[in-house]
Write a protein that binds this ligand. Structure first.
Ligand SMILES: C[S@@+](CC[C@H](N)C(=O)[O-])C[C@H]1O[C@@H](n2cnc3c(N)ncnc32)[C@H](O)[C@@H]1O
Length: 211
C-alpha cells in the first residue's frame, strides 16, 4: 500500500476514495455524528466558506440565503460536491484549493465552516490560522471533527489505529483542533463534545477588533 507523504499523495488518496466516500461515512453519520451537519450548517450566515468541502455532505443543511464557496483538495471529491450542489439546485462556487494556503483576501467571509477534515489536513494549525485570516472580524467559525476520546481505552485504541492510518491514509484520530482555534484568537461561543468525547463541534467568533 502506498504511503501518504506529500500533499499530492493525499490528493490521490482522496481521489481514489471519492466514489466510496458517502457510503463509507454512513455508519459514522448515523451512529456518531448525531445532528452535527445541520447543527453546523444551520448556523452559517452570509458569505460562507466551507473548507475541504469533500462530496458536499453539508450542502443540503445550509439556509437558503447563504452564498456558499467551497474549497477542496481532491478533484474527484470536488466533482461529486458539484454534482450534489447541482442536484440540490444550489449555486455554489466550488473550487480546488489547499486549506493551508487559500487564495482569498483577508476578511472575505462572514462564516467559515470545516467538518471532519482537520483530521487529515497535514498542518491543521496552519489551516485554522488561514481560516481565521479569511474570516471577517465579528464573523463565525464553525468546526466539527472526530478527536481524541476522553476514554482512556478508546484513546489507546485510537493510538493503535493511527499506526496504520497516519502513514497510509494521512488520517489522525487524536487531534484537538479546538486548541488551534483558541490559539488563533477566536472566542468559543458554543461547544459540544460527545460519544466518549470523540466528536467535538464548536462555534467561535472572531473578535471585532482583530484584523
Ligand atoms: C473526511 S473528508 C471530509 C469531507 C467533508 N468536509 C465532510 O464533512 O464530509 C476530508 C476531506 O478533506 C480534504 N482535504 C484534505 N486535505 C486538504 C487540504 N489541505 N485542503 C483542502 N482539502 C483537503 C480531502 O480531500 C477530503 O475531501
Amino acid at each position: 500500500m502506498p504511503r501518504v507523504r506529500t500533499l499530492d499523495d493525499l490528493r490521490h488518496w482522496w481521489d481514489r476514495h471519492a466514489e466510496d466516500y458517502d457510503r463509507s461515512m454512513s455508519w459514522a453519520e448515523r451512529k456518531l455524528f448525531e445532528d452535527t451537519r445541520p447543527w453546523i450548517a444551520g448556523r452559517a450566515r452570509g458569505r460562507t466558506l466551507e473548507v475541504a468541502v469533500g462530496t458536499g455532505l453539508n450542502l443540503e443543511h445550509y439556509p437558503d440565503d447563504v452564498a456558499i464557496t467551497g474549497v477542496e483538495l481532491s478533484p474527484r471529491m470536488l466533482e461529486r460536491a458539484r454534482r450534489r450542489a447541482a442536484s440540490l439546485g444550489i449555486d455554489a462556487d466550488l473550487r480546488l484549493g489547499d486549506a493551508q494556503r487559500m487564495d482569498f483576501d483577508g476578511a472575505s467571509f462572514d462564516t467559515v465552516v470545516v467538518t471532519f477534515s482537520l483530521c487529515c489536513v497535514p498542518d491543521e494549525a496552519r489551516a485554522v490560522a488561514e481560516m481565521a485570516r479569511v474570516l471577517r472580524p465579528g464573523g463565525l467559525f464553525l468546526l466539527a471533527d472526530h478527536v481524541e476520546s476522553t476514554s482512556m481505552w478508546i484513546r489507546a485504541l485510537q493510538r493503535v489505529i493511527e499506526i496504520g492510518s497516519v502513514p497510509f491514509a494521512g488520517e489522525h484520530f487524536r487531534r484537538r483542533p479546538i486548541r488551534h482555534v483558541e490559539a488563533a484568537g477566536l472566542r468559543i461561543e458554543e461547544h459540544d463534545r460527545f460519544k466518549k468525547g470523540m466528536i467535538e463541534r464548536l462555534a467561535a467568533r472572531k473578535p471585532e477588533d482583530r484584523a
